[in-house]
Design a protein around this ligand. Structure first.
Ligand SMILES: [Zn+2]
Length: 121
C-alpha cells in the first residue's frame, strides 16, 4: 500500500460526551471524488479514489478483500468503515457527519493517507 496526498477539511466529531475531536473529511468538488475509510481496530485512515472504473457498484468490503491494515495487521474487510462517519479515538468510536456546504478552499489542508488500490488485490 502506498500513501497518497488528498485535500481535506477539518471537522469536529463527537464521541461519548466530547464534541471537539478533530477529524478530516473530503469534499467532491474539483471533479475528484475521494472517500476516506478507517480501520476500526487501530484508527488508521485510508483514502479511496471513487473515480476508479473498477470500483463501481462494489462494496468496500469486497474491494479490500485480502488486504491488511499496514498499521495493525488486521484484515481490513473485518474492520473497515466509512470515515469520519465512524472514527476511532481514545474514548471509543466517534461519529461525524459534515455539512453539505463545501467550505472555502483556503480552509483546506493536504494530508497523506494510505491509498486503497484495486490493483493490489
Ligand atoms: Zn489497523
Amino acid at each position: 500500500m502506498k500513501k497518497r496526498k488528498v485535500r481535506v477539511y477539518r471537522g469536529y466529531g463527537s464521541c461519548e460526551n466530547r464534541f471537539n475531536i478533530e477529524v478530516y473529511y473530503t469534499c467532491g468538488e474539483h471533479g475528484y471524488e475521494y472517500k476516506l475509510f478507517s480501520c476500526m481496530k487501530c484508527g488508521e485512515i485510508f483514502v479511496f479514489d471513487m473515480d476508479n472504473p473498477n470500483a463501481h457498484d462494489k462494496n468496500m468490503k469486497d474491494i479490500v478483500i485480502n488486504m491488511t491494515c499496514p498499521t495493525c495487521g488486521a484484515l481490513l474487510m473485518d474492520f473497515i468503515k466509512e470515515y469520519p462517519k465512524y472514527f476511532v479515538c481514545e474514548y471509543g468510536v466517534g461519529h461525524f457527519v459534515p455539512d453539505n456546504i463545501i467550505p472555502p478552499e483556503a480552509e483546506s489542508l493536504i494530508k497523506e493517507f494510505w491509498e486503497i488500490n484495486l490493483s493490489e488485490s
